[in-house]
Design a protein around this ligand. Sequence first.
Ligand SMILES: *Cc1c(COP(=O)(O)O)cnc(C)c1O
Length: 429
Amino acid sequence: MISPVWHPFTQHGLNEPVPHIVRAEGALLHLADGTTLIDAISSWWVTTHGHCHPRIAAAIAQQASTLDQLIFAGYTHEPAEEVARGLIDLAPRGQGQPDLRHVFYSDSGSTAVEVALKMALGYWHNLALDGRGEARSRILVLEHSYHGDTIGTMSVGERGVYNAAWTPLLFDVDTIPFPEPGKAQACLDALEAACADRPAAFIVEPLILGAGGMLVYPPAILRDMAAICRRHDVLFIADEVMTGWGRTGTLFACEQAGVVPDIMAVAKGITGGAIPLAATLATESIFEAHRSTDRARLFYHSSSYTANAIACAAAAANLAIWREEDVLGRIATLADGIAHRLAELALHPAFANPRQLGTIAAIDLTAPDAGYLSDLAPRLRAFFLERGLLLRPLGNTIYMMPPYCLDVDQLDLMFAALHAAGEKFGVHS
Ligand SMILES: *Cc1c(COP(=O)(O)O)cnc(C)c1O
């Protein structure tokens, strides 16, 4: 029987196999036929400590039979309060920059970014009502960015084949060139010039652009971008949806630049990857711009499952793991293991442009016809699947983003498969 399920980012017309997973543990996925796969991309960047982490699973089970769900407009519960306090505690801090003090919950990275954009415009709108500024509405974005697949988040992301059908619905933004090596000054100059036009906010993926191809840029540039925004009174929004929860080697990527954004979006690993939850953190002034005795100024955003208690309990367990266990130590060990294997792989003539940030590693395969829509990526996917690996290359960019529990044997298996892929698909220049 043909399945009625319509999968995301999947061309059903190509009839690629759809593996059926029945169980997961640590870095391993178990298939119905008894074989296993290494989840080398953390099930699309969400699984941090490993699948079915016992502490998180227990917290979910306990909460599910205590308080499952509660309207969050005007009501509250301890898991949401605890996670909000924890997030504020762990959020990036920096000299001379206001702390993040308030937490607004939603359900996914896309909604966390939508909320961030709405907060930014709400801030300027409400200041204008008080005669304390002008209503600003333009958003600055970085070239090659990805912030989600809803209409608003597509608007602030890179335009291409993946959103061509909806171009008429997307709002206009000003795009700042990506700070490629040697072109950082052009990026900063463009930002400076664009800030002079009084936009509402600048949104960035700190230190590494994920879906755009795992493109990295140095902390000093992030620091300069934040400083330019501050100088021009333009809100600085950090999308830490992918970079958060240790992926880049620190809990949040902004820490490496000493940057405290005005608004920060987190999701993916917030529950360790077990269940959907997202949060948008904001400074006191963003919150204060909405706090009033005037109902017209409240923050008009909600979703049915805002701060779902079971999801918050999972996040609370995740925060406890971060507080009580040496997660950063585990990350550093894994990052070391990746680094020397990646350096060795880069010697292979079929590979170029190796890059790594924490436990995220990427390398480009030099292959004929390697564009995003070529059949290289699906062929690579099938090749890795046969070797027991879940990898999902972005065009000719092969990247890995494993859970932190990945062991040395699994790491070796992964890199052996990458070598083999270079042999089979690469151009040996
Ligand atoms: C994945 C991602 C999003 C969207 O998150 P979803 O939970 O898939 O909606 C937003 N921003 C970045 C940087 C992401 O990597």
